[in-house]
Design a protein around this ligand. Structure first.
Ligand SMILES: Cc1cc2nc3c(=O)[nH]c(=O)nc-3n(C[C@H](O)[C@H](O)[C@H](O)COP(=O)(O)OP(=O)(O)OC[C@H]3O[C@@H](n4cnc5c(N)ncnc54)[C@H](O)[C@@H]3O)c2cc1C
Length: 428
């Protein structure tokens, strides 16, 4: 076979691509990450990371650094307008699943991943991929918009919901060439504040779900009592359905929707006073997957949002991209000597990941309907009240076992891990 630039070519330096790159780096597998932007630009303001994703970040020695710059969720308060429906204590999560839920600033998380993935050395910025060619008898070729090519044994498309790699696979198989994601008619507004001086120790680690009449909002605690918030409401007027993210939004735009709404941490009780402290705001359309593609074809595979975009209501899109990377990394480590004939390895990857990620994506859609009280036959408001106001914490913590107990890792990196394979007990 002709010479390769690296064994694994990863398209996209998002959460999934950088996690996989870090795994390859630690396993000593050569890789290149091709990223279209000139500087890394994580989407959104903050992110919550759950036990199912934190275990592999622990193996990669990212977890301890992340802990220092995050808050562990201690409590979740659920509000209907200005009335508190429930307070769920999340202190039992860590003893039950080995890890808590962490809330952190996205830029910080991305910086940690970028550093762990080798930064400039192996992450090639300003490299927009336009095609992938998987022809027999030669390495897989990745073509950039400037005509340059990179060659590898395996190509991983981790290039988000408008994935060019996914388009190339669909084109090769004569399938619908548009990405099969659908605009949900909802818009996100999110932002991160400077430290809130009026908040004290009792607000540390406290998240709030705010269920207003016309919109919903979640606020998450970050380091130093910064809050990141994410609101979702129905899109109004002329919305460009092809636009994922727009940063032209201002705090004033967010205040027109949420300015007068109640928030327990806001001075004067009005959320507008929190929005005023925003350091960064961003808006994005909410999409959902309509037709899940196969997660692999030949020597090319998809990872993260490129394979299974999901609504953000359940905060699992990034966690699933990390799980994908852990499963694929483990298979790469086990099949190190046969990476130049990768079909079987990638078929195993797809088999392991497809049903869980589909389930999660569908669960997120259903959860969105519950959260916004839009269930069939007008049952939404009642069922939401029943589940949110009356169900106790122990039930939720135990119910989430299907999601949090699965913590994929890379067996070959076990000596790096801070935890033994059974969760719950720290290594001495
Ligand atoms: C408002 C909001 C809040 C969210 N909150 C959470 C949360 O709390 N927890 C959670 O787990 N998930 C959350 N998510 C979901 C999460 O952000 C995504 O699922 C996650 O970012 C997907 O990671 P990824 O690596 O697959 O793709 P991305 O993060 O989208 O990264 C794709 C990368 O590929 C690059 N790229 C794209 N096209 C090309 C190309 N042609 N050539 C080269 N590079 C390219 C992009 O520039 C980008 O850097 C949220 C999403 C939103 C919108």
């Amino acid at each position: 076979m002709a010479a390769i630039d690296a064994e694994i070519i990863i398209v996209g330096a998002g959460i999934g691509g950088l996690t996989l790159a870090t795994i390859c780096r630690q396993l000593g597998i050569s890789y290149r990450v091709l990223e279209r932007t000139e500087t890394l630009q994580p989407v959104g303001a903050g992110i919550s990371l759950a036990p199912n994703a934190l275990r592999v970040l622990d193996q990669l020695s990212i977890y301890e650094k992340l802990l220092q710059a995050s808050q562990k969720l201690r409590k979740l308060q659920i509000w209907r307008n200005n009335r508190r429906w429930n307070t769920l204590s999340l202190d039992t999560l860590e003893p039950t699943y080995g890890y808590p839920i962490l809330s952190t600033e996205r830029h910080n998380f991305h910086r940690l991943l970028y550093a762990a993935a080798g930064e400039g050395e192996d992450v090639v910025l300003n490299s927009k991929v336009v095609d992938v060619i998987d022809a027999p008898g030669e390495p897989v070729r990745v073509v950039l918009d400037n005509g340059k090519e990179f060659r590898g044994h395996i190509v991983i498309g981790a290039d988000g919901i408008r994935s060019a790699v996914r388009r190339a696979l669909l084109k090769k198989n004569d399938l619908n060439q548009g990405n099969t994601i659908q605009f949900t008619g909802r818009v996100h507004f999110s932002g991160i504040t400077s430290p809130l001086r009026n908040c004290g120790a009792k607000e540390l680690g406290v998240a709030n779900w705010m269920l207003y009449d016309q919109a919903i909002l979640t606020t998450w605690p970050c380091q130093d009592n910064r809050q990141w918030y994410i609101g979702v409401k129905k899109a109004e007027g002329d919305v460009d359905k092809n636009r994922s993210v727009w940063s032209s939004i201002t705090p004033g735009d967010i205040k027109t929707v949420y300015g007068r709404a109640f928030h327990p941490f806001a001075e004067g009780g009005q959320f507008g006073n929190i929005v005023d402290k925003s350091e960064r705001v961003i808006a994005s359309n909410v999409f959902q997957e309509v037709e899940f593609p196969s997660m692999y074809d030949g020597r090319v595979a998809l990872l993260g949002d490129a394979a299974h975009s999901m609504t953000s209501f359940f905060g699992q899109g990034g966690c699933q991209a990390i799980e994908d990377a852990a499963v694929l990394g483990n298979l790469l480590a086990e099949n190190r000597t046969s990476l130049d004939s990768a079909h079987e390895l990638l078929s195993m990857y797809a088999k392991t990941r497809e049903s869980r990620t589909k389930d999660l994506s569908r669960f997120s859609d259903s959860f969105a309907l519950l959260h916004t009280a839009q269930l069939p036959y007008g049952t939404g408001p009642f069922l939401r009240w029943l589940l949110y106001a009356l169900v106790p914490t122990w039930f939720w913590v135990s119910y989430l076992g299907w999601l949090y107990r699965y913590q994929p890792t890379v067996a070959a990196l076990d000596s790096n891990s801070n935890k033994p394979s059974a969760y719950g007990k720290k290594k001495a």
